[in-house]
Each structure stands twice: as structure tokens, then as C-alpha cells.
Ligand binder design. Structure first.
Ligand code: 3H9
Length: 683
């Protein structure tokens, strides 16, 4: 069946796109669309055209899998020009999301109508490119520079209502009437002598204030730092206001080719596909159906339990939340409400939605209330004895088919499962804090976890908007195990002469939002610290003993002012120097290059071990964990993709060069083999 079909409706030709799942403009689709345009041009009896689509959206844009190969004609810009050049009016009917090339094709049509739920945007910047089919030149001509800039530079789509307000959409119509309304609209305009043509318009860009661009750059400086694509997006829009359309388009093409072949876009495209691939479980029988889940139990109303509960409440699940003390339960519930209300104040939820979500919550003190839950997630203290006790109880309380999950971030899920009579129903669901915001979910597959339980967890993750990655059982799973490898080196570097500010700065320069010591101060240095057992045996212990427990106490590795701005701390540095002097290490000046290599290469090596041991299914899963859970800069693609980009031989050579100072780092055989053969972790 052709991916583009045409149908006559009197004097109107209806062109329908049908290329599931997202109606991407693949070569095949572009060719078929070009044929349809040819049909329109050749047939004098066609007086107007409707372009529409089948499926749950209009289009996700160009086919990203084709990027990186030589362009095939007709290219998307050529196709859109051909549509715009028709001497008959073209109405596009947007039945849902229209992104990237999907939006650009709409800009090339004379008239645009959309359903109320449509989202229209140019997200190209998120995959490291700019709209390359006229978007940077046509959009400002249609909506003006001030509206076009945020759409192109942030990549966030606008609603149909906003699109109508700014002139991007002419009419909004009910979904069930879309096709007929589009045809009626086409007939209505067929007789007009003139039609709006985006590329020829100048009314919205004439007299644009050139200062707008620098102001925009200044306002978004942090978001733009170190990134190639947003800078080019702004430059292209600026050129739209200064150059004739044809010259502007030529520059857009030049920028597009430069970006699409650059490392940043390759990395961001890898992240895009890796996130989607992560949801697929190798070796899972195709006919496995997820179990029905309607009611979810959460044990613990602390920060973690509350955050986890919010995910399910927001997605429409009933939630039973258990605590041991009434005041803790009340506190947890109140914080959840406060968080929801803050979201509503930002306009991202209505008051009614807040009430509906809170209305689905049943806070209780009695574990027996979990008896009819389909899934129970435990978020209690991270201690094996406590977890075992909780799972033993759950096993007796919960219905036999219920799934029992632990939110542990380090512990052995197999040992936890062994405390129940249903280890096949047990798995880890490792949420990241704040759990209602962070996108990552590590789904920890125990040795006995059944395929159906695993499939259910992956399905649920998608329904609550998480990016899920499957991990096998090991200490710290994928993310924290690699974090441990990095932290060991960060601590060792302090003992060799570096200070927290230098170590952190290296990672900030690399693109992380914060370094390891900033992160420790933010989380609190007293996590896992016991004031009764403290013995001044580590820098961290001494800092805690001195009351320097991180940001919350005004000091940790750094000093913090009222505004929580960090400054290097003489007191903390003195503690470090004292320990360093006693460590037996030679104190030396350490270069930033060494710090970067010492922090990141052991992580790559740990990732390779994780792959070798089968803990992660694929390198892209590891990248997905680090980009979504730990702030790894997406434009470098994650640790494994970054290692592929710089060369695995270079990583190996670095590990060997620093081997003497990193006696605990055991170099992965997989890394050695791939380095020797010129291979990569990601295909
Ligand atoms: C562009 O248009 C360039 C032009 O400016 C210039 C050109 C010269 N291509 O996300 P989902 C796959 S650049 C190929 O789970 P959802 C995806 O990998 C493009 N494949 O669905 C997945 O495959 P699989 C600008 C694509 O409903 C399947 O479709 N556009 C594309 O949650 C389902 O995807 C973008 O950057 C694509 N464009 O979300 C938009 N899009 O099943 C990128 C998706 O094998 N796409 N796939 O794993 C999205 O943001 C989301 O996919 C979308 C749907 C919101 C559309």
C-alpha cells in the first residue's frame, strides 16, 4: 500500500500521508508526495489541494535515520518548494503533532488548519541541527521574529491555540470534522485571486529590531553554552531579517549540512534512538503481554516515596501510600500537595487536575491496605535487613499475582526476592530523586523476575512518562556503579593535590551541571554517616563532625552564602590538605586533562565491564542512564558514545598511563578487544 494516496473530491485533490508510526518524510514518502504534486500541476480540473495524514499525529518530520547519508532527491526543501510553487491553493490539515519537517511542510502551504490537540513545532535543535527545510526563513515571515525565535531555539512546540494566536494556524476545527472542513476550506479559497505564500511575505519581519537577537542570546546564555545548534538557529533567523529569502535559504542549508555532519548532532541523534531502544528487552518472547495494573501501593511517604507516588497519581492510577507514623504520613502528603500546587502555579496543571490527582491517593498507616494492590513499591530505608523484613510482610499481605518492587539504589534484588514465596514477581524499580521530575527509571531484573513482570514494568514506565533502562543485579546497578568508579578517582585526586573546586570545574567545563563535590554537598555529606560511630577516618567524616554537612548547613566541601552560591572553603581545604599530607601520596599540581581522564575513563571502563557481565543489554542503555539520570551532557552522547567518538584506543591508553595511580581499576577485556580492533561500543 502506498504511503501517499490521492483522492478526488470534486475540484479538490486530497493527498493523504500514511507512514506509521510517526508519518516521517522518508525518501519513499517524499517521492510519492512529489508524484502527487505533479498530479496536481498536470490536472487543470484540480482547483485546490488538501494535504492530510492518517494516524495519531500529522508527522514527526524528516526521517532521522536517513541523516548522515548523501541527500536523496527530491529533498524535503525541494518538495516543499514544489508545493509552494503550485498555482493552486494548498490547505494542510493537521490532525495532531506536526514537528520539524511536518511543520515546515505546513509552512510551505497557503493555509493551515488544525485540531485543538495539535502541537506544532521545530524540535530540530534537540537533535543538534536547525530546521533545514525552510523553517528558519519561513517561520519568522509567518509569525514574526519574537515568536519564531523561542520555537526554533528551544525546540518546544506550541499548542494549536497559541499557533492560531500567532498566525501559524488559520483555523481550529474538531478532529472528527477535520477532513471535511479542510475540503470546504479549500473550495472556499479556490476562487481567490491571491493566496498567502510564506517565503514571499515580508510584513512580519520588516523593521525587526536587530537588538532582539543579542537580547535573546543573553537571556538564554546558559542553555546555549557550548552548543553549536542553538547558536546557528539564532543566526539563521537573524539572516531571515537581513537577506532576501533565497540567500537566507542558502545559508540555512549550509548551516544544516555543517550541523548534521558534526559530532554534537551525531551524539544527540544517538541519544534520541538509544532512549527508544532502551525500552526494548532482548530475548523477551513477542507474545508476552503486560499484566493489568490499576492500583499501586507505595511504602514510605518520604521524599522518595512521595515523588514515586506522584508519578502514578498524575498518570491516573489509584495509589495507597503507607507510613508508620501519622505525622510522617501527613508531612509526606502535604509536600505532595505543595509540589502539585507549584506545578499548577506554573500553568502546567489545572486546579482540577491537582484535586483529581490528590483524590486518587489513599494515605494509610496499615500495611494491610496493600492487599489488593497490583504493584507495590517499597521506598524505605536503604538497609538490607529492613528491606527483607518489608518484603517478607508484603508476601503475606499482597494478593498472589501482585508485583513487588524495591526502590533500592544499590542492594541485591535477588536476596530481597528470596525473602518471598514469589521471586518471579519481584524486581527493582530504581527511581531517581526528585522522583516526580527525573525521567530515568532503572528497572532491575532479578535472576528469577518473570518476562511478564519485566514487560509490565517497562509498559508502566512508559505510561508514567519515564525513560526506562533494564539493568541486571550488581552493586549500584548501571548508574551508581559507574558513579562509584568516578567518585573513587575524585577522592583519590584530592589526596594527590587537587582541590574540590578544580575537580568540579573540569566536569563543569565538560558540560555536567555540577561536579562530584558540589553534588555531595547538595545531597548532604551525612547520608549514611552515623554520629555515634564516627571516627574521623575520612575527609567526609571529619567535615560532618565539624558540622559541615553540605549546603543545608551552609558548608561542606564548599562554603555557601545566603543565596546558596558556593565559594571554596578554607576550612574544608585545610581538612583535605591534612588528610592528603598523611596519605603518603606525593602532592603535585594536577592538570585538568589528567583530572578529566581520571574521572571519565574509569567510568567508561566500568561501563565496559557492565556490558561484559551482561548487566546492561547494550551500550546505548548505559548512555541513556547517564544522560537522563546523572547530567551527562547529551551533546556528547553519554559515556560510551563519547568514548566511541574520541576513540577506544585513546581511552585504553589513558587508563594504562594512569594505571599506577588507579590500582583498583581493573581494565575490561571488552574495552581491550575493541580498542585493538578499532571497534566501538555503539554499533
Ligand atoms: C527534520 O524534520 C529535519 C528538517 O528540518 C530538515 C530536513 C532536510 N524519524 O518517540 P516515539 C521513530 S528533523 C525517524 O516512541 P511518540 C522512533 O524512533 C526531525 N524515526 O513515539 C520510534 O521507533 P521505534 C525533526 C522516528 O509517540 C517510533 O518512531 N523531528 C522519527 O512517543 C515511535 O517514536 C523530531 O526531532 C523521525 N523523525 O512520540 C521529532 N520520530 O518504534 C522526533 C520518531 O522503532 N520525534 N521516530 O523505537 C519525536 O519527538 C517523537 O517521536 C514524536 C512521537 C513526538 C514525533
Amino acid at each position: 500500500m502506498s504511503k501517499v494516496t490521492t483522492q478526488r473530491e470534486g475540484n479538490v485533490l486530497v493527498v493523504t500521508l500514511d507512514n506509521p508510526p510517526v508519518n516521517a518524510f522518508s525518501t519513499e514518502v517524499r517521492n510519492a508526495m512529489a508524484d502527487a504534486v505533479g498530479e496536481v500541476a498536470a490536472d487543470d480540473t484540480v482547483e485546490a489541494v488538501v494535504i492530510r495524514a492518517e494516524g495519531r499525529m500529522f508527522s514527526g518530520g524528516a526521517d532521522i535515520t536517513e541523516f548522515g547519508s548523501a541527500p536523496v532527491h527530491p529533498t524535503l526543501p525541494e518538495l516543499i518548494d514544489a508545493i509552494e510553487d503550485l498555482d493552486k491553493p494548498v490547505v494542510i490539515a493537521l490532525n495532531g503533532t506536526a514537528l520539524g519537517g511536518g511543520c515546515e511542510i505546513a509552512l510551505g502551504c497557503n493555509y493551515r488548519i488544525a485540531v485543538p490537540g495539535a502541537k506544532i513545532g521545530l524540535p530540530e535543535v534537540k537533535i543538534g541541527i536547525l530546521p533545514g527545510a525552510g523553517g528558519t526563513q519561513r517561520l519568522p515571515r509567518v509569525v514574526g521574529v519574537e515568536e519564531a525565535l523561542p520555537i526554533i531555539v528551544t525546540g518546544n512546540p506550541v499548542s494549536a491555540q497559541k499557533a492560531e494566536e500567532i498566525g501559524l494556524v488559520d483555523r481550529i476545527v474538531a478532529p472528527e470534522a477535520l477532513r471535511e472542513e479542510a475540503i470546504a476550506f479549500a473550495r472556499e479559497v479556490a476562487g481567490r485571486a491571491e493566496h498567502p505564500v510564506s517565503s514571499r511575505r515580508t510584513d512580519r519581519i520588516e523593521g525587526s529590531d536587530p537588538a532582539v537577537f543579542d537580547q535573546f542570546r543573553a537571556r538564554h546564555a546558559r542553555r546555549l553554552q557550548g552548543l553549536d545548534a542553538p547558536a546557528k538557529c539564532i543566526e539563521a533567523v537573524e539572516l531571515a531579517t537581513r537577506l532576501p529569502y533565497d540567500e537566507g535559504i542558502a545559508k540555512e542549508r549550509e548551516f544544516f549540512m555543517e550541523l548534521v555532519n558534526g559530532d554534537q548532532s551525531k551524539a544527540l541523534r544517538h541519544v534520541f534512538f538509544a532512549e527508544r531502544q532502551a525500552g526494548k528487552i532482548d530475548g523477551l518472547p513477542k507474545d508476552v503481554q503486560p499484566l493489568p495494573v490499576r492500583k499501586v501501593g507505595i511504602i514510605g511517604a518520604g521524599t522518595m516515596g512521595g515523588g514515586i507516588a506522584m508519578n502514578f497519581l498524575t498518570a491516573g492510577y489509584d495509589v495507597v501510600m503507607v507510613e508508620r507514623q501519622q505525622d510522617a504520613l501527613d508531612r509526606g502528603t502535604a509536600i505532595m500537595r505543595k509540589n502539585y500546587e507549584a506545578t499548577a502555579r506554573k500553568g502546567r496543571m489545572t486546579g482540577e487536575q491537582v484535586e483529581a490527582a490528590m483524590g486518587r491517593l489513599t494515605p494509610v498507616l496499615d500495611m494491610q491496605a496493600l492487599a489488593d494492590c497490583d504493584l507495590v513499591i517499597e521506598a524505605v530505608f536503604e538497609l538490607m535487613e529492613i528491606k527483607k523484613d518489608v518484603f517478607g510482610q508484603l508476601d503475606t499481605i499482597c494478593k498472589p499475582e501482585a508485583i513487588l518492587a524495591s526502590n533500592t539504589s544499590y542492594l541485591d534484588v535477588n536476596a530481597i526476592a528470596a525473602c518471598t514465596s514469589r521471586p518471579e514477581q519481584v524486581l527493582g524499580l530504581h527511581f531517581f530523586s526528585p522522583a516526580n521530575i527525573m525521567r530515568l527509571l532503572e528497572v532491575v531484573r532479578g535472576d528469577k523476575t518473570s518476562p511478564q513482570v519485566l514487560a509490565t514494568a517497562m509498559d508502566l514506565a512508559r505510561k508514567i512518562g519515564k525513560v526506562a533502562v533494564v539493568s541486571g543485579v550488581c552493586h549500584g546497578f548501571i548508574g551508581n556503579r559507574m558513579l562509584g568508579a568516578r567518585q573513587d578517582q575524585a577522592n583519590a585526586l584530592l589526596m594527590e593535590g587537587a582541590l574540590p573546586a578544580q575537580v568540579d570545574q573540569v566536569l563543569l567545563d565538560f558540560g555536567f551541571p555540577m561536579g562530584p563535590f558540589q553534588m555531595a554537598d547538595l545531597a548532604g555529606l551525612d547520608i549514611g554517616w552515623d554520629p555515634d560511630k564516627t571516627s574521623s577516618s575520612t575527609v567526609r567524616e571529619v567535615l560532618c563532625e565539624q558540622g559541615r554537612r553540605g549546603q543545608k548547613t551552609g558548608g561542606g566541601f564548599y562554603d555557601y552564602g545566603e543565596d546558596r552560591q558556593r565559594t571554596p572553603s578554607e576550612a574544608a581545604n585545610a581538612v583535605i590538605r591534612d588528610f592528603a599530607a598523611r596519605s603518603g601520596n606525593e602532592q603535585r599540581d594536577i592538570t585538568d586533562d589528567e583530572i578529566r581522564e581520571r574521572l571519565l575513563y574509569p567510568m567508561v571502563n566500568e561501563g565496559a565491564l557492565i556490558l561484559e557481565e551482561g548487566i546492561a543489554q547494550r551500550a546505548g542503555d548505559i548512555d541513556t542512564v547517564w544522560v537522563n539520570g546523572y547530567g551527562w551532557p547529551p551533546h556528547t552522547g553519554g559515556p560510551m558514545f563519547w568514548a566511541d567518538t574520541i576513540g577506544l584506543d585513546k581511552v585504553l591508553a589513558g587508563l594504562e598511563r594512569h594505571a599506577e595511580r588507579m590500582p583498583d581499576v581493573k581494565i575490561s577485556q571488552l574495552l581491550r578487544d575493541k580498542a585493538a580492533s578499532g571497534g566501538r561500543f555503539n554499533g
